[in-house]
Design a protein around this ligand. Structure first.
Ligand SMILES: O=C(O)CCC(=O)C(=O)O
Length: 326
C-alpha cells in the first residue's frame, strides 16, 4: 500500500513557503515529506541499536520498563531486532547520542520551526520511539499537558524513521483542536491498547468522525502544536517497527516552568534551563544552561501500570478533589 503525500498540509522541502505556517496555525500540524534522506535515516536506525545496547551510556531501565529484565550480557549480544523489540520509548536520547543531538537542529526542521514558532527557538526534550509489532500506542493527549510553555508555543517534530501507517501505529490527530487553547482533563486509563501515559477526555470532538490518521513515508517530519489532541494506536503489523524520533521545541522568548521549581523558587520564576538553542538568540542566556535530564526508558504497561488505573466511568465517580490532581 502506498502512502499518499499529496494531502492538505503535506509539503516537500521545495514547497516550503509562508503557506506552511498558515496551514500549521489553522490546523495545528503540517508535514514535510522529504526532510531526512536515506543516509540520515540509516544513521538514526543504527544509533537506536547502540542506545538500546547501552553502548553510549546508561538509559535507566526502570523496573516497569520494557527491557528491564535483560541482562547486560543480553544487551550486548542479542541480535539487533530482538534487542530493540524490548524497548518502547527512550526519553532524552540526545543526552548520550551525538547523532540524536545533531537532529535537534536538522536544517529542514529548523526552517519549519522558525516559520511556525518565530526566530528564537529552543529544544527541551527528545523521545525515541521504537514500537515493535505488538507494542501499545499512546492515548489521546496534548503535549502541553506535560510541558507548559506559558506562550503556548510548544511544537513537536516527529521524525519518521520507518513508514508510519494505520497498521503499524501512526499518529492520529484532531485537526484544529489546538485552537481552543484549553487543556482537557486527563485520567489514568486502564486501556491496554495504550501505554501508561494519561488519557484526555471530555473534549468537544467525536473521535469517530473528527480524528484522522497521519500516515507518512519514512524521512517525513510531522510538526504539531502542543495543544493539538493526538494519540497513536498499537503497532498491529505482523512484524517490524515504527521507529520515530520526536523532539519538542518552543519559543526561546518564553520561560519554561517545567517540572517542580527548585526549593525556594516561585513557580512564576521557574525556568527549566536544560535546553538547547536551535535558532536565533536566547534572551535568557544570562541564566546559563543546565545538564540535568538523563535518558530513561518508558514503561509500555505490559507489566501493568501500577495502582489506580480505571475506566472512565469509574474515574468520574471519584471526588473532584482527587480528579483535579490526575
Ligand atoms: O508516536 C507516538 O506513538 C506518540 C508520540 C506522541 O504522542 C508525542 O510525541 O507527543
Amino acid at each position: 500500500m502506498s502512502i499518499s503525500v499529496t494531502q492538505p498540509g503535506y509539503f516537500t522541502r521545495a514547497e516550503l513557503s509562508p503557506a506552511v505556517a498558515s496551514f500549521y496555525h489553522d490546523q495545528g500540524f503540517c508535514v514535510v515529506t522529504d526532510a531526512v534522506d536515506t543516509a540520515g535515516l540509516n544513521d538514526l536506525a543504527r544509533e537506536t541499536v547502540r542506545i538500546c545496547r547501552g553502548e553510549l551510556g546508561d538509559v535507566n531501565r526502570s523496573p516497569q520498563a520494557v527491557g528491564a529484565d535483560l541482562t547486560d550480557e543480553q544487551l550486548r549480544t542479542l541480535p539487533e531486532e530482538e534487542l530493540i523489540r524490548h524497548f518502547l520509548c527512550i526519553h532524552h536520547p540526545h543526552k548520550i547520542s551525538g547523532v540524536m543531538h545533531r537532529y535537534l537542529a536538522q536544517p529542514t526542521i529548523v526552517d519549519v520551526l522558525t516559520r511556525v514558532i518565530g526566530p528564537d527557538v529552543k529544544c527541551m526534550q527528545s523521545m525515541l520511539f521504537v514500537k515493535a509489532a505488538g507494542k501499545p500506542g499512546q492515548a489521546w493527549h496534548q503535549d502541553e499537558d506535560y510541558i507548559p510553555t506559558r506562550d503556548r508555543s510548544l511544537t513537536g517534530a516527529w521524525i519518521a524513521i520507518d513508514d508510519a501507517t494505520v497498521t503499524n501505529g501512526c499518529l492520529w490527530i484532531i485537526p484544529g483542536s489546538h485552537r481552543h487553547g484549553v487543556l482537557w482533563p486527563q485520567f489514568p486509563h486502564n486501556d491496554k491498547q495504550y501505554d501508561c501515559a494519561g488519557m484526555s477526555y471530555q473534549f468537544p470532538y467525536d473521535e469517530a468522525t473528527d480524528a484522522v490518521p497521519v500516515e507518512v513515508p519514512r524521512g517525513s517530519v510531522v510538526f504539531f502544536n502542543g495543544y493539538l489532541l493526538h494519540k497513536s494506536l498499537p503497532n498491529r503489523a505482523a512484524s517490524g517497527f515504527r521507529r520515530v524520533l520526536v523532539n519538542h521545541y518552543m519559543s526561546a522568548q518564553s520561560l519554561l516552568p517545567w517540572g517542580s521549581p527548585p526549593q525556594g523558587v516561585a513557580v512564576a520564576k521557574h525556568d527549566y534551563r536544560d535546553v538547547v538553542m536551535v535558532a536565533g538568540t536566547d534572551p535568557y542566556a544570562w541564566k546559563g544552561y543546565d545538564d540535568v535530564a538523563r535518558p530513561s526508558v518508558r514503561s509500555a504497561g505490559q507489566g501493568g501500570c501500577g495502582d489506580g488505573r480505571v475506566d472512565l466511568p469509574t474515574h468520574l465517580q471519584q471526588p473532584l478533589t482527587a480528579r483535579r490532581c490526575q
